[in-house]
Design a protein around this ligand. Structure first.
Ligand SMILES: Cc1cc2nc3c(=O)[nH]c(=O)nc-3n(C[C@H](O)[C@H](O)[C@H](O)COP(=O)(O)OP(=O)(O)OC[C@H]3O[C@@H](n4cnc5c(N)ncnc54)[C@H](O)[C@@H]3O)c2cc1C
Length: 408
């Protein structure tokens, strides 16, 4: 008899499990409120049209033959009855799903630290819908700024883009936005291009803290050349419709604020009865098993292995997913698999103007070569051939015809 395998989530970790686990041993269902997989490393590119959103998403429906997809949010787990409570996306009524083996891969959500306006006014950059909203808002700001009745001051405020968070996501977004400003906006609306400003606000003492110091310094120089302002050791106190207020009282004009300052657990992980670390992640052992529950596994951004401070990245989630996909088959045969081991392949980031950073175990690389490497690596990591073809096409399209500045 096949075991019922329920996978909560449709992201990097979940997809790898669902792809690898044996259909002869398990009856598999994926539960996710988002009906597609999202390739987040290229999400910043999609906010300005360097790539299209459809090129970096993959429908979960039918992604593997004989794997069921349930479009719903898991709202509670009851290990005693071996059921998961779900709220289907199109229904108000909750229902339950039984499992023999449960995989929790629900990722995380944006952290806003309760800062006024961070949830309601600033725009997060985490999901596909966020990228769509940001792209629309950038075009809106440009259209508003073109109104002849505006004063120079009003135009400058409208075109002040503040990015909160100097991690890879915030930095890549600033770089992509700078490309859009220097190429497309300068070409099609030269009268406003000088009024555009991009400011990155980072609470820590440096941006890109996960990269080596040489690469961090290079990123600062690359940003200075693109006239992107970086404010380190600056905490945001409040986000307003037209400004960002720092904790020292300084007010930065902001026509649009993008928030990418960390992550926190989802409601499901937070409300679960499992043991958690001080950041609210579910504690698992080196087989990714949840403490005291042999048939429940957690992986990716929502999990934590004591003594192993892995970064919350797609790289870790994917490796854990591949591992668990194989090891579930071993468990089903009554044997114990090898524990999970992480292999760090390096870190990559785009800093605008066709320049990148690559921090690899073999050493650091920066500039144009690192940008090519960034593109090549992410192209190979895209989950389907369809995505790969579409992304290459988008890159050529953006290079030949420029990025599209309409929104509907
Ligand atoms: C803009 C951006 C850029 C990034 N760039 C990089 C990069 O270049 N390299 C890198 O290594 N990492 C990058 N990351 C980090 C990377 O995306 C995450 O570490 C990775 O997605 C974690 O994978 P995961 O499977 O744990 O979660 P996710 O991929 O986030 O998937 C979580 C899934 O769970 C679903 N879900 C949520 N709640 C529930 C629920 N209650 N019930 C059921 N399903 C639920 C979600 O809809 C989603 O399908 C980036 C992240 C962002 C936001």
């Amino acid at each position: 008899m096949k075991r019922k395998l329920l996978i909560l989530g449709g992201g990097f970790a979940a997809l790898q499990v669902a792809k690898r686990v044996s259909l002869a041993l398990y009856d598999i269902a994926i539960v996710s409120p988002r009906d597609h997989f999202l390739f987040t490393p290229l999400l910043a590119s999609s906010t300005v049209g360097t790539v299209e959103l459809r090129s970096i998403t993959e429908p979960l429906l039918g992604f593997r033959k004989d794997v069921r997809f349930v479009c719903a949010e898991a709202t509670g787990i009851d290990p005693a009855s071996k059921t998961v409570r779900i709220k289907p996306s199109h229904e108000a009524q909750e229902s339950t799903l039984p499992y023999d083996t449960l995989v929790i891969a629900v990722g995380a959500r944006i952290q806003t630290f309760g800062i006024p306006g961070a949830d309601t006014i600033a725009l997060p950059l985490k999901e596909s819908v966020d990228a769509r909203v940001i792209r629309g808002r950038i075009v809106e700001q440009i259209k508003k700024a073109l109104l002849p009745s505006l004063t120079r001051e009003e135009r400058r405020t409208l075109l002040s883009f503040v990015v909160v968070g100097g991690g890879p996501t915030g930095i890549e977004f600033a770089g992509e936005l700078s490309d859009l400003a220097r190429r497309e906006i300068r070409r099609v609306a030269p009268e406003i291009s000088a009024d555009i400003s991009i400011t990155v606000v980072e609470a820590g003492s440096e941006i890109l803290s996960v990269f080596s110091q040489t690469l961090r310094r290079y990123a600062m120089r690359a940003f200075a050349r693109q006239k992107i302002t970086v404010r380190t050791a600056s905490r945001v106190k409040e986000v307003r419709e037209d400004a960002v207020v720092l904790s020292d009282g300084e007010v930065l004009p902001a026509g649009m604020t993008i928030w990418s300052a960390g992550i926190r657990p989802t409601n499901l992980a937070q409300s679960s009865s499992f043991s958690k670390d001080n950041r609210g992640r579910i504690v698992v052992n080196s087989y990714l098993q949840v403490s005291d529950h042999q048939d429940i596994f957690a992986l990716g951004d929502c999990s934590f292995i004591p003594g192993k401070e892995y970064p919350t990245t797609a790289q870790v989630a994917q490796q854990q997913g591949k591992y668990l996909g194989k090891s579930l088959d071993v468990w089903a045969k009554g044997r114990t698999p090898k524990p999970f081991g992480y292999f760090h392949q390096g870190m990559l980031a785009y800093v605008g103007n066709n320049k990148g950073l690559a921090d690899t175990p073999a050493g650091g690389l920066r500039g144009w070569m690192a940008w090519l490497m960034w593109r090549w690596v992410y192209l190979t990591k895209l989950v389907s051939l369809r995505n790969k073809v579409l992304v290459v096409f988008d890159w050529f399209k953006a290079r030949l015809f420029g990025r599209d500045l309409s929104h509907f």
